[in-house]
Each structure stands twice: as structure tokens, then as C-alpha cells.
Design a protein around this ligand. Structure first.
Ligand code: 5GP
Length: 112
């Protein structure tokens, strides 16, 4: 099973990668819905929350802890939103488990 995130995780397609470890890759969403919008993506392919079981569900706590670290690093501990769309009716478009990290609403806009 391949999908666009699988290719990003494998470095076969470009993305603005912020960090990576043995389990996760974190990159900027191509179409941000918040001033800060990252995607926290497991390296191992799992379609969605529906594909979790007792053996692989530990990845979700790693995703949440990565989100906490991102909030610290980007100075948005005062408010951020984590979202996992699951299934077509909820708006899931990419069938490779991912958590949206959104925040930064309190920041001043950048004037160019
Ligand atoms: P979903 O609706 O499946 O939860 O969210 C998929 C997200 O992936 C969307 O917010 C969309 O903007 C983002 N996305 C889709 N394709 C790409 C891509 O090729 N690169 C990056 N960085 N983000 C993508």
C-alpha cells in the first residue's frame, strides 16, 4: 500500500520536514489551516485510527508526545489543537495515519 505520505516519509517526495526520529516524521502541511500547521506522521504505514490494535497503538502516544515537544519548541504551549481525521465522513483525505498540529493564532501576522 502506498500513498503520498508514504513517499514523503521515504524521502521520495519533497516536504518541509521539521524533524524525524525512528518512528515519526513531522512536516509542514502544504495547505495550512492555521498559522502553524504541521503533520505528525508515523513512518510505519497504518491507514487510520481504524487500523490500530493492541500491538501498534503505542504510536499514538509517541505522536502526542511529539506534539507536546513541537508546542514547546514553537512557543505555543498556551494553545494548540491536535486533530486526527478518521474516515471519509470526517474528511480524511490521505489514508496514512497522521495527526494535525495547529496553533500560532496568538502570533502577530508577518508583514512583508
Ligand atoms: P486529512 O484530511 O487526510 O486529515 O489531511 C490531509 C492533509 O494533508 C491536508 O491538510 C493536506 O493539506 C495535506 N497534504 C496533502 N498532500 C500533501 C503533500 O503532498 N504535502 C504536504 N506537506 N501536505 C499534504
Amino acid at each position: 500500500m502506498t500513498c503520498i505520505f508514504w513517499h514523503i516519509v521515504a524521502h521520495e517526495l519533497p516536504a518541509e520536514i521539521l524533524c524525524e526520529d525512528n518512528d515519526l516524521v513531522i512536516f509542514k502541511d502544504i495547505n495550512p489551516a492555521a498559522p502553524i500547521h504541521f503533520l505528525i506522521v508515523p513512518k510505519k504505514h497504518i491507514d487510520s485510527i481504524n487500523g490500530l490494535d493492541e500491538k501498534n497503538a503505542g504510536i499514538v502516544s509517541k505522536m502526542v508526545l511529539a506534539a507536546k515537544r513541537m508546542a514547546e519548541q514553537h512557543g505555543v504551549q498556551s494553545g494548540y489543537r491536535l486533530m486526527i481525521n478518521t474516515g471519509r465522513e470526517a474528511g480524511q483525505v490521505v489514508y496514512h495515519l497522521h495527526m494535525h498540529f495547529m496553533g500560532g493564532w496568538g502570533r502577530k501576522p508577518v508583514i512583508r
